[in-house]
Ligand binder design. Sequence first.
Ligand code: TYM
Length: 328
Amino acid sequence: MKKDTRILSGIQPTGKLHLGNYLGALKNWVALQDEFPQVCYYCIVDLHAVTAPYEPKELKQRVFDTALDFLAAGLDPDKAAIFIQSQVTEHSELMWLLNTITPIGSLERMTQYKDKKKRHADHINAGLLNYPILMAADILLYRATMVPVGEDQVQHLELTREIARKFNYTFGDTFPEPEPRLTRGARIMSLTAPENKMSKSDMERSYITLDEEPESIKSKLKKAVTDAGTSGDLGPGGQNLLTILEVIDPEAAKNFENDAKAGQIRYADLKSYLADKLTEYFGPFRERRQELASKPDAVWELLLDGTQQARRIASATLRDAKKKMGFI
Ligand code: TYM
């Protein structure tokens, strides 16, 4: 089996991406495309996005907005293939094949499924349960060896490995077992309820989007929950702000951490420093995003190009998998 490095990851088109998406995944995607050019596949997973209630008229715009975030964050179509999942129909077909070897019990054990089942008790469709099989298809179609994601996706990746093992055992060696690649920012928490992860499905005050206006960054951080722990302990809210700062300004984060250890941290100072740093860090991002938004044709063109690159690999893998399963 070929074990050459191949990288795949995906993000749902939720509209504008937030700091968790960036620090947990997208920032790493950019680093990996530079370290491993020509073997990265980054995908906007619109088929996953329709498992929750949504407005069909808005889906295309959400995909476009996600593409703008990808490009403004530094993804480079000369180094990585950037594409839309639903345009490469092999994803759905491989998913069907993998359906037949995935135990329902494994799907029912997924934490995200259990959470969603609780939150959307009136909208539990089969897609929500089978969601991780589509994710496995996304990954295995490219015979990916490395998958840069945040911590919340690690369990899904374990299942992908289980599915790959089962397929290989049953039909012969076909798929490598992919490894997750996590970063320091793999678990960014909500600003309003720091015991939960930052998420777009939560209230607007709980997350910061990548193109957030400076005034809004300041006011959201100002109101961020930072219940102090015992002396020397930051508590989850303060620790979260420090984790965010650590990724963009490690030296300053160290100083605030020392202050905290000495019981002398001032949260107001940490918040206002972090607001300034985030504003500065995402300044060029906001400019690039605006510029790209004024050239929609070029952006769609580039996605089409990425789709063609992806399809070449995807169709060859699907053909191989079907042959191994005995199809003509
Ligand atoms: P999604 O769209 O929810 O999130 C996209 C990426 O952002 C990471 N992430 C976070 N990281 C740190 N802190 C947070 N608060 C935070 N919130 C989100 C996620 O871990 C993810 O890496 N099922 C996936 C999408 C997917 C996929 C794939 C990923 C579909 N197919 C194939 C990898 C490979 C999802 O819903 O991610």
